[in-house]
Structures are given as structure tokens and as C-alpha cells.
Design a protein around this ligand. Structure first.
Ligand code: MG
Ligand code: MG
Length: 266
């Protein structure tokens, strides 16, 4: 069942999405080698609660934390843990908040210290592919147009692995609503989008092959070949002539650049 949102609902989801963006911007200030992902998770949870919201992921289908923090070969749904982050780590932080009855859900991948040229390119291309997907979120286009744009760029143009097991989704009163928004597919197929459809677009792109497996914790998705992956996620509302981006990377990118412990040179 696809729910199209009213103007009022769109503004409420925007507030939630921007709180996720603000939380990720705090993470961008906080990240450095030597801290643990559990510390990042605790900081994010405090920030979300101090802003009057509730972490969407905590207890969602039994997920025990505020954030999914996925390091290196972990693609998504990583458990925060006690392992100290180190120079060269690729750290995806995925966060959701529930505020005024509506969810926001966004993710960003950070690089600690300095990373190789190959990984820099992966981060850049994955973020660019997200923007290419967002550009297609226009009334009259189909979900497959978003999917195709992302796959075409990352897989066919750069030879990266596009994860098949996990997809983007509708967003609103529920964290995951219809429709599914895959990062692979044929253009001209799938749901024809109308104004007021709010979706989370989230390419999960592997430097190597597309195959993944679930870790023994039952949640963490890892690349089979052990190579790193990247993950960026925006919330967007479908509109007539151009997409309405509800989340924002502006403050995250500003803080990423200002944090000398992060590599923002990709
Ligand atoms: Mg997410
Ligand atoms: Mg999501």
C-alpha cells in the first residue's frame, strides 16, 4: 500500500529528516581514530533525545542500537561495538528518528585518517549515484528509473557491486513503507510515481563483487570478498518538476571538511 503524503505531512517528515542530518553532522565532528562505535552510538542517541525525538532503529525488529554503524567490509546494519576506530577505516553511519509521529532515515559514509585512491573513488561515485537517483524522483517517472540510474552509474560505468538483498523504501508514519526502491533494475518499470510520494533512496555499493552475507549477529551485512562498501541515503519527496530533497548533507560535509581526523578529499 503506497501512501501519498499531504503538504503538512511532508513538512513533518522534513523536520525528522533534517534532525537525522543534524545528528550525522554531530557524528562528523565527533569521529576520530581511537573512539569506539558504541561511543558514537551513545552520542547520537543523546543528541536525538535532547531534540525531543526517539531513535527509530532502537528495538526495530529487535535491533538493539540507535545507529547502524558499518565499518569497512560491513555494508549496512552493523552493530556499534567496543572496537576502537583506526586510521583508514570506512565508516557508514545510518540513523533514523521518530518526531511528531514521522520518521526520517539517512546515512553517510565517512573515511578516517587517510584512505586509498580506490576507496576515495568508491565514496565519490556512491554519493554521486545517490544524486543521480534523487534526480529521477519526479512525478511521472517510475521507480525503475531511479534504480536504473544508480545501477548504470555504479555497476556498468565503474564496475562496482550493487547489493541486491537490500533496497530503499517509502517513509512516513512507518520507517519502511511501500514501495521498495532498489538500486538495480530496468528503466520504465515499477510504480509510476506521483506527487507526495516520500522515499528513502540508499545505494549500497561494494568496491568489489555484489555478493554479501549476514554476520553471526543476524544483522550485519558484509561483503563476501571482504572489500569495503559505501552507503549514502537521502529522503526525498516526489514533486512535479523537480524532487524535493528532505534531508541535507550540507552541514555534514562542512563538519567533515573541518575535522582533520577525516579524509574529505574524495
Ligand atoms: Mg537508513
Ligand atoms: Mg533506509
Amino acid at each position: 500500500m503506497v501512501y501519498y503524503k499531504t503538504k503538512e505531512e511532508i513538512e513533518l517528515i522534513r523536520k525528522s529528516s533534517l534532525l537525522v542530518s543534524a545528528t550525522l553532522a554531530e557524528v562528523a565532528k565527533f569521529l576520530k581514530p581511537g573512539i569506539t562505535t558504541l561511543q558514537v552510538d551513545a552520542m547520537a542517541e543523546k543528541f536525538i533525545r535532547d531534540n525531543g525525538a526517539v531513535p527509530s532503529f532502537k528495538n526495530y525488529k529487535g535491533f538493539p542500537f540507535t545507529s547502524c554503524i558499518s565499518v569497512n567490509d560491513a555494508v549496512v546494519h552493523g552493530f556499534p561495538n567496543n572496537v576502537e576506530l583506526k586510521d583508514g577505516d570506512v565508516v557508514s553511519v545510518d540513523l533514523g528518528v521518530l518526531l511528531n509521529g514521522y520518521h526520517g532515515d539517512s546515512a553517510y559514509t565517512f573515511a578516517l585518517g587517510s584512505i586509498s585512491g580506490d576507496v576515495k573513488k568508491l565514496l565519490r561515485v556512491t554519493k554521486e549515484s545517490l544524486n543521480k537517483g534523487v534526480e529521477k524522483a519526479i512525478a511521472g517517472n517510475r521507480i525503475g528509473d531511479i534504480a536504473f540510474a544508480i545501477q548504470e552509474y555504479t555497476e556498468r560505468q565503474y564496475g562496482y557491486g550493487v547489493v541486491r538483498e537490500l533496497v530503499g523504501h517509502g517513509l512516513g508514519r512507518h520507517l519502511h513503507e511501500d514501495p521498495q526502491v532498489p538500486n538495480f533494475g530496468k528503466r520504465g518499470t515499477g510504480l509510476k510515481m506521483k506527487e507526495g510520494l516520500v522515499i528513502a533512496i540508499e545505494p549500497m555499493i561494494n568496491l568489489g563483487k555484489k555478493e554479501v552475507y549476514y554476520d553471526t549477529d543476524g544483522w550485519t551485512v558484509r561483503t563476501k570478498d571482504g572489500k569495503p562498501a559505501a552507503h549514502y541515503e537521502h529522503n526525498v519527496c516526489v514533486q512535479k518538476n523537480k524532487p524535493d530533497l528532505l534531508s541535507s548533507f550540507a552541514e555534514i560535509e562542512k563538519n567533515e571538511k573541518a575535522n582533520s581526523n577525516l579524509d574529505s578529499s574524495y
